[in-house]
Design a protein around this ligand. Structure first.
Ligand code: ATP
Ligand code: MG
Length: 285
């Protein structure tokens, strides 16, 4: 592992996040990650400009969530280099990434089911007046965040376990959005949401994009939903970025076609494999 050029002393609000080298929030160079015999990421090269919204698409199992988990400090890459705001950063943990201003909404959410909504919204940054948590402030703030976002959750005292999938997702997104992070990684933030809630989240993303100081990677399977909020689209196939295009130079139809082509090729390979197996079986009988 390389030395840490960026120690987690520079919080998102006081760090040199705005004037990053080359205007790059994230640069990924040659990142690989294996799980036993499974190669999730083969050789990923990616860049996220400051203030840019990047749509990351790809088939199931392509490695999208693994890449997000590497960038959020959850997994360590086996190989390659990550630069955050132009500085090499060997992300040690989710806390380390957070200290560098990176907040993540995981596909599997990472909320604590047994805790109420307002505590989930403040995880790891609970306001404290030693030795007490400032619960009243957290409740008020949680109510304001959710109301401002237009998210319908009757009580901030409800345990997260009792909420619907879409409501849980809204809380995870609200937590990231109100974190003052300068880099947001959103892994399928709209997956469990109804049309209205999904539109609210997309409006928020649009608003952050207009502000121009937050850089985002958004994973989604519904390309139509993210197309108009993204500046650029990257396609991840078999652990590598195979397409990198400004949104203005592609279309939903082209992206659907690119992913469908992969299905056809792998389907054809599977068919050929079956034919070969049948031939061998036939030859043996
Ligand atoms: N912790 C893990 N242990 C073992 N294998 C894993 C682990 N995490 C991911 N994988 C494997 O790595 C590959 C990539 O998985 P990943 O979750 O990154 O895909 P994805 O592109 O996010 O897919 P989806 O669109 O279905 O969410 C898959 O084959 C998956 O089974
Ligand atoms: Mg995934």
């Amino acid at each position: 592992m390389t030395a840490f050029a960026n120690e987690p002393t520079n919080g998102p609000s006081n760090g040199p996040t705005g004037g990053s080298a080359n205007g790059e929030a994230i640069r990924v160079e040659g990142v690989a990650k294996r799980f036993g015999s499974v190669t999730a990421l083969r050789d990923v090269n990616l860049r996220l400009g400051t203030g840019e919204v990047l749509g990351l698409i790809g088939d199931n199992g392509a490695g999208k969530s693994t890449l997000i988990k590497v960038l959020s400090g959850y997994h360590r890459p086996d190989r390659g280099r990550i630069l955050i705001h132009g500085e090499p950063a060997a992300l040690r943990s989710v806390q380390h990434a957070r200290a560098l201003g990176i907040e993540t909404v995981y596909q599997d959410l990472a909320l604590i089911n047994s805790l109420p909504v307002y505590l989930n919204l403040h995880l790891n940054k609970e306001p404290v007046r030693w030795p007490f948590l400032r619960k009243r402030i957290m409740r008020q703030r949680a109510r304001r965040y959710l109301d401002d976002m237009g998210i319908n959750i009757p009580s901030v005292n409800s345990e997260v376990a009792n909420l619907s999938g879409g409501q849980r997702q809204a809380i995870a997104v609200a937590r990231a959005v109100y974190s003052e992070a300068r880099i947001l990684l959103l892994d399928e933030p709209l997956a469990a949401m109804g049309a209205k809630e999904g539109a609210i989240i997309l409006d928020l993303i649009r608003m952050l994009r207009e502000r121009g100081d937050v850089s985002m990677i958004i994973i989604a399977h519904n390309y139509g939903q993210i197309f108009d909020v993204c500046d650029r689209i990257n396609l991840l196939q078999h652990g590598e970025i195979t397409v990198d295009k400004p949104t203005s130079e592609t279309s939903v139809e082209e992206l659907v076609e690119l992913v469908a082509r992969e299905y056809r090729v792998s389907g054809l390979a599977a068919d050929q494999g079956q034919v070969l197996a049948d031939v061998r079986e036939g030859a043996g009988s």
